[in-house]
Design a protein around this ligand. Structure first.
Ligand code: NI
Length: 396
């Protein structure tokens, strides 16, 4: 699996060019048609087998070793966001209102690099037993893509035993890799509460039931869920992001609508928060003589890494960047649909540090978000090294 330095710099340049091309031509979730075509072109140009896929966007590639054995998977997301780019980069988005502001272009290029390295390895004298599936997953930003990939059946067809994924992280200094077993990213659940009162004249409140007053109590009460019901040693967030009610200053309206999101890092708090939120909504409304209707939608589970898979990625990363550059990953309550795979397979999701040493890097989804392209090939190498170790692990 050794790579000559001349080949390495050619690959690094190819990945940079590929990433910049994607960066200039971002496509939103479920619209990744040109992106998919570019990925397929790169794979075919590299002599890598592209599997036929029943997905509208996204694709799969397979690198087979010379001997039969287990299959392990590596996944990237490929979609962009509806954001107007303000980086001023020479290769900034050419599509108004769309931007790779989460670095999925970085992920895609680095996983293509991993596929290229794996193919060289497969074709070499010291080829391996087994196969590596590369998943170029669409629609991460809307939480739809991983579900599509699982439903496509490709993981069962190939007999995939485990899956690895990455996210660039501007909060982690470039050169560092963050790995941890257990929870890394939050669950994502959305809620909508409709408070129904009785409308009337603002000056004659005794004949009405004011849903705005109920909603105001609810906004305050909802903030007690985390502070009073979740262990202070755990992490969770309840945010009301929208509150709509009323049409005029002298009318008590019929209803008020609150919408928000609930995030947890410990799966056991998910049921607790849903139950408490509903109880609080119903009983607060009832206390004021109103009623409440709650739609609570579970979107994504907690992204958790399996202990054995995290150990494999940690050792692989230490092998590539050195022991001192691999740190315990700092969790976030942002959500990630990689969690869907983790429900089906042992997995590990890890951070690739892309932050500037002075800490001035913009965060995910910011119009001036940028990555450190030099880390793409580092990630490629970690993926292939982790796959190598996982193939051995599952051959035992
Ligand atoms: Ni992302």
């Amino acid at each position: 699996m050794a790579i000559a330095s001349v080949e390495e710099s050619a690959l690094a340049e190819r990945l940079r060019n590929f990433r910049r091309h994607l960066h200039q031509h971002p496509e939103l979730s479920l619209e990744e048609v040109q992106t998919t075509a570019s990925i397929v072109e790169f794979l075919k140009d590299s002599g890598i087998e592209v599997l036929s896929s029943n997905l509208p966007t996204g694709t799969f590639a397979l690198v087979r070793g010379k001997r039969p054995g287990p299959c392990v998977a590596i996944r990237t997301d490929i979609d962009a966001l509806p954001i107007v780019e303000q980086t001023g980069l020479p290769y900034a988005s050419t599509i108004e209102g769309k931007m790779h502001a989460c670095g999925h272009d970085f992920h895609t290029a680095s996983v293509l690099g991993a596929a290229w390295l794996a193919q060289q390895w497969a074709d070499s004298e010291e080829s391996f037993a087994g196969s590596i599936l590369f998943v170029f997953q669409p629609a991460e930003e809307v939480g739809a893509g991983a579900k599509q990939v699982v439903a496509s059946g490709v993981l069962q067809e190939q007999g995939v035993r485990c899956i690895f994924g990455e996210h660039n992280n501007p909060l982690l200094e470039r050169g560092y890799i963050g790995v941890k077993s257990g929870p890394l990213m939050g669950s994502v659940d959305d809620f909508r509460i409709v408070v129904r009162g009785t409308g009337g004249h603002a000056a004659i409140p005794q004949t009405s039931v004011d849903p705005i007053l109920v909603a105001a109590h609810l906004v305050t009460g909802l903030q007690s869920l985390v502070s009073r019901n979740v262990s202070p040693l755990h992490s969770a967030v309840v945010t009301v992001g929208q509150l709509h009610a009323g049409t005029a200053r002298n009318i008590i309206p019929e209803e008020a609508v609150l919408e928000g999101t609930v995030r947890t890092l410990q799966p056991e708090n998910r049921d607790l928060l849903e139950e408490r939120l509903k109880t609080l909504a119903f009983s607060t409304a009832a206390a004021f003589g109103a009623s409440a209707e709650v739609d609570y939608e579970r979107q994504l589970p907690v992204t958790e890494s399996d202990e054995a898979m995290a150990a494999i990625v940690r050792e692989a990363a230490q092998h590539v960047v050195g022991v001192d550059a691999v740190v315990e990953a700092m969790p976030t309550l942002g959500g990630e649909d990689f969690s869907i795979y983790a429900e089906h397979l042992p997995s590990c999701f890890f951070w690739v540090g892309t932050g500037k040493p002075d800490g001035s890097s913009r965060g995910w989804h910011h119009p001036q978000f940028d990555v450190d392209e030099a880390q793409m090939l580092v990630a490629s190498k970690i993926f292939v090294e982790a796959a190598r170790r996982a193939l051995v692990h599952f051959s035992k």
